[in-house]
Design a protein around this ligand. Sequence first.
Ligand SMILES: [Zn+2]
Ligand SMILES: [Zn+2]
Length: 366
Amino acid sequence: MEDQTENKVYEEPEEVETGYEKCDACGSNMKYDPQSNMLYCEHCGSKRAFGTGEQAEELAIENALKEGNAGSWNEETKVFRCENCGAKVVLSKAETATCCPFCGTAQVVEADELAGLKPNAVLPFKLTADDSNEACKKWAKGKVFAPRAFKKNLKAENMRGVYIPCFTFDSATFSRYYGRVGKRHTRTVGSGKNRRTETYIVWRNISGSFNHRFDDVTVTAGSKVTQRDLGKMGPFDSNNSRSYDGKYLLGFTSYHYEKDIVTCWGEAKRSMDAEIKRLILSQYSYDVLDYINISTSHADVTYKYVLLPVYAGHFSFKKKDYNFFVNGTNGKVTGKTPVAVWKVLLTVLAGAAALAGLAYLVMQFM
Ligand SMILES: [Zn+2]
Ligand SMILES: [Zn+2]
């Protein structure tokens, strides 16, 4: 009998082409340098300008949605062969830029090797890894309840520059709405012993139409950074993103989207809906919302598939790991710090003491 397993062919991961840049002066590897906005040779210090620096274009969403599969992809692991040292390097899921672990050559997967939609915009890093470490320290200093030792020794390890895949959407919205809001009033009723104040609500029907133009509503399409983290690090000046050029990615890690544009567009619409509701209601003075019904249509919808720059690092303190994300353009940090219990207790006690003191004073004057 034939052994089935022996006939099974081991499937090699698909090989992809990567791009890299060599220094003209010394032949070493070049990386993107956030400070000069040029390629930089760490070996001899040479710099090289590249690209036209033109602003990224907005693309009509219809084209992206028409492509049948709506730009979703699901591919197995990929590898590339490092041309510098010959090593075969495995890329983790969705990874599109990395450095060869054997020789350090910065590599970027060629855009036409990517499945589905190709990135068309990139917001380049402005801060260096050192800058982002400083930003972390400053941020931790402002955390009142964090232990002193944590603030003093904080040095994020393995601060890595990572490009996060996101979709941004523009839309001209037109909404019709109707609903009912109420305002609380008080009146005095009864007389003599029964005289009292009561609250009543005056209801008012509202309806109308509302226009609002949204610009660059950003939805994260990767799995590394959550929407909440993205918001906390924001704003990212995605309107100033450049036309996609793989050279911006040299020396950094980058990822391809894992959530397709249909899903992301759905999320963007939900956040636009919430904003429209907030804006409509802000036109009225009311205390209670009974209900509001809003129907919205979208026109001139455009998108960008943009890579946003984030530094990711962690710091271990008392055997626990604390993760940070830092906006690679403005240094805004998101993350958690440990809490010194005694500091919290002291604050609570001080609050209680102040209250007791106040009560004592009041008693004195009663
Ligand atoms: Zn060089
Ligand atoms: Zn190599």
